[in-house]
Write a new protein. Structure first.
Ligand SMILES: [Zn+2]
Length: 121
């Protein structure tokens, strides 16, 4: 796979993901504010639990997105080092189809499947 294409797709995925994190963080801040007001008004307001649920969802989504940004950064670093697209486990080329779907993939499909099945490195 052409590493320039990979880098561009990783960079756009990164921009998209950080944009999402900003949106979700802003939403989270307003949910936290709303929850604080609800609590001040009435501790037993059923709205309160809905807000708490949404807050939990947002925190989980933000954490997943942050983990994704880290994965993307690692992949960009690997492009810079010239090791992008090479399986970290067996050293063979990762298929372009796999990199298309998972641009931050660090294992070839064979190793990824082996790892999923055995949970061993
Ligand atoms: Zn491999």
């Amino acid at each position: 796979m052409d590493s320039d294409i990979a880098r561009r797709s990783l960079e756009s995925a990164r921009a998209e993901t950080t944009g999402l994190i900003d949106q979700m963080s802003a939403r989270l801040a307003s949910v936290v504010d709303a929850a604080a007001e609800e609590t001040a008004d009435d501790e037993h307001d059923p709205e309160g639990s809905t807000l708490a649920f949404e807050r939990g969802q947002l925190v989980a989504q933000i954490e997943r997105s942050q983990a994704r940004v880290i994965e993307i950064d690692i992949a960009l670093e690997r492009i810079a080092l010239g090791t992008y697209g090479i399986c970290e486990r067996c050293g063979s080329q990762i298929g372009p189809d796999r990199l298309d779907v998972l641009p931050a993939a660090r294992l070839c499909i064979t190793c990824a499947n082996t790892r999923d099945q055995s949970r061993q490195w």
